[in-house]
Design a protein around this ligand. Sequence first.
Ligand SMILES: [Ca+2]
Ligand SMILES: [Ca+2]
Length: 442
Amino acid sequence: MRKILYVFLFLALNSYPLWHQIESKNRIKIKIEPFREEISLGIILKGYDFYKMTGFSKIDVNSISLWDENEEIPLQIEEMDGTGKLLGDNSNGILDDDDRIVFLIKGRIKEQILYFYYNGSPLKKNMKNNKLKIEEKNGEIIPLIISKEKFTIGIKGGGFKEGPSTNRIENYSRGAIPLLIWQDLTFFDFRRAWSDFFPRSIGTGPGNYIWSDPKIIYKGDVRTVIEIKCNDYKEEKDGVKSFKGDIIRYISIWNDLPVIDFEEYVYYKSANLNYEWKYLMGIPVGKKIDENDVFITTLADNVYTLSSNKIIEKIKKYQAPYQTFYSTDNPEEGWFAVYDPNEKNGMAVFYEKMEKIRERREWVTYRPPLHPSISIRTTPYDKVEVNLYFIDRALRAREKYKRELRYILLKDEKPEIIREYYKYWAEPLEKIVNIEFPETLE
Ligand SMILES: [Ca+2]
Ligand SMILES: [Ca+2]
């Protein structure tokens, strides 16, 4: 009996020969439940979450690696300075609370085991997984274009220096995305209409301020992160300065996903009490708005799909092109999608994480200090108009504002899968996967 046990033990140890090769003293096992179909999920884990999982803080970022049973998974460490700025080349190489570990999980139809290895001699990794084509075109109207296969995105800062308030194309899509092509459909191109960019947000239109040109901060194995900033944004009301601040945006393009992450940090001084942080956009649903198109979100804890059938009928009958798909200032989950199932094209927008939504739900007040307001309606054009605002009733009480959004370009995802994508963005990893106790290699 003992002999059999030994043999078994030997086999068990031998089935993980990796650990000895990896030269990290510790590891932690992550168990991922099966999915209904294979999907790819873009995960951002904070340094603080890693500390909570492992009990290790301030470890060498190069000692962290991620593996499935037999293969290393690309990951990218993006270090921050404690105030919301990405450090890039100036990083300290230590995993601080606000640093992030970015990676992609390939969800399988069977249970999947991943391991984080950490705390040991730094590994020499050379993944070369960045397949994005990056074109920097200094002086051109769209100074940075990133593309791969069926995906092209342009990013712009700037403004017309000789007349930043004039109505010229250079003064539009400042610090924003003026070009997006997906599957042969042009979602945005501000050269065809100057306001055809996204998100239409603070500082993106004409005004007396200039943005920096896009700067690549990380070009890693998982995604490319671009920084655009505006150091003296100002607003005036009746000749009195009512708002001034510095805006930093990070736009991240994933190597292996049609995903755009948008982050905004605003450091400001304001005399205003109330404010609206806006993220407006017109999204095409295939080539035009028609009976096939659907709107998708969560209602009553289920994925809810609204067909545009009745809306199209109304548009025709009453010749009223503006019909509302959806409108709320109290969303159940912070996401929605518009999709054309015939053309297999659409976009999902994730705009608020679940922690914030739960927190607000627990408030006794009906007027929370910061909350979203969203309405989505048809237009006479080929796009549905998304009016997404965050109403801020405590602007003056703070000096810093932060927003994260994720845009996902859709191909043939079922509505339930889009919600799954959302969950992996909106919830902390520990809430959705099974994280076991850390192990130490003796
Ligand atoms: Ca750090
Ligand atoms: Ca359509």
